[in-house]
Design a protein around this ligand. Structure first.
Ligand SMILES: Cc1cc2nc3c(=O)[nH]c(=O)nc-3n(C[C@H](O)[C@H](O)[C@H](O)COP(=O)(O)O)c2cc1C
Length: 229
């Protein structure tokens, strides 16, 4: 197959996905959310175990969860349990440079100066209002599932992001929700053998919002692909 024969609809859906951090309040029907989740659940998973569980939050329950999570995040007496937000013990290149670049670009857009913890926190807390999105998703996984299931989960999450594009919707995956597990698990009646590892905002992009002007970069193929013949 030649490059031009790639299904352009799929390509456009994938490449038009960006993390959106301010949404309009335009509601999304449960019918649309159901369709997106049904499509996403066609993700492959090792031995088809399908390790995903999703809580769909709208209306007053979303309000309640957001209020509790924001309070927890802002409470100086709780040490915001972000220890599960683990990438690597000690960051090294190329990862640290990429991480710094996106942080720098985002904070420059938002006019947040290095060391301005108050302004940084006021931005971070917006995670816990799903950046104003009408629908918030909370994802859990059973605690004893291994890394293969976490791989499966990534496929499912990406499918949601791509399926949302078919409706003109945007998303933001949010690992930040893992940090408030203890506080919101009781509200959602999440059983003790489950772990919240991620949330996701889903809605229409607020096109006027400065934060949504962020464009991230990707490494060149030469940096991560080796062709063998
Ligand atoms: C698993 C995962 C967790 C993420 N957690 C957060 C988060 O908590 N808050 C946030 O603003 N962005 C979060 N992001 C978004 C990333 O910062 C974003 O995907 C990355 O910078 C690339 O930008 P793009 O999504 O616009 O292409 C997360 C993304 C992924 C895949």
């Amino acid at each position: 197959m030649k490059k031009s024969e790639m299904n352009i609809g799929v390509k456009a859906a994938i490449t038009s996905r960006r993390s959106i951090r301010q949404f309009t309040s335009k509601p999304i029907s449960n019918e649309v959310i159901t369709d997106i989740l049904e499509v996403a659940a066609w993700a492959p998973s090792g031995t088809n175990i399908q390790p995903w569980n999703v809580h769909v939050l709208t209306g007053s329950m979303k309000g309640k969860v957001c209020e509790t999570a924001s309070k927890s995040f802002l409470d100086p007496t709780t040490n915001n349990k972000n220890d599960r937000l683990h990438y690597m013990e000690k960051f090294r290149d190329p990862y640290i440079s990429r991480r710094r670049k996106v942080g720098w670009d985002l904070y420059t857009l938002l006019d947040i100066k290095k060391g301005d913890y108050e302004k940084t926190k006021s931005f971070h807390v917006k995670n816990f209002s799903f950046f104003g999105a009408p629908v918030g998703l909370i994802f859990t996984i059973e605690k004893d599932l291994g890394w293969m299931s976490w791989l499966d989960y990534g496929m499912f999450l990406q499918n949601i992001c791509i399926a949302a594009r078919a409706y003109g919707l945007h998303t933001c995956a949010q690992a930040s929700w893992s940090g408030v597990h203890e506080d919101i698990a009781p509200l959602l009646k999440i059983s003790t053998n489950h772990l919240i590892h991620c949330g996701m905002s889903i809605g229409m992009e607020d096109k006027q919002a400065v934060v949504n002007k962020l464009r991230t970069e990707r490494a060149d193929l030469d940096d991560f692909v080796t062709f063998h013949e």
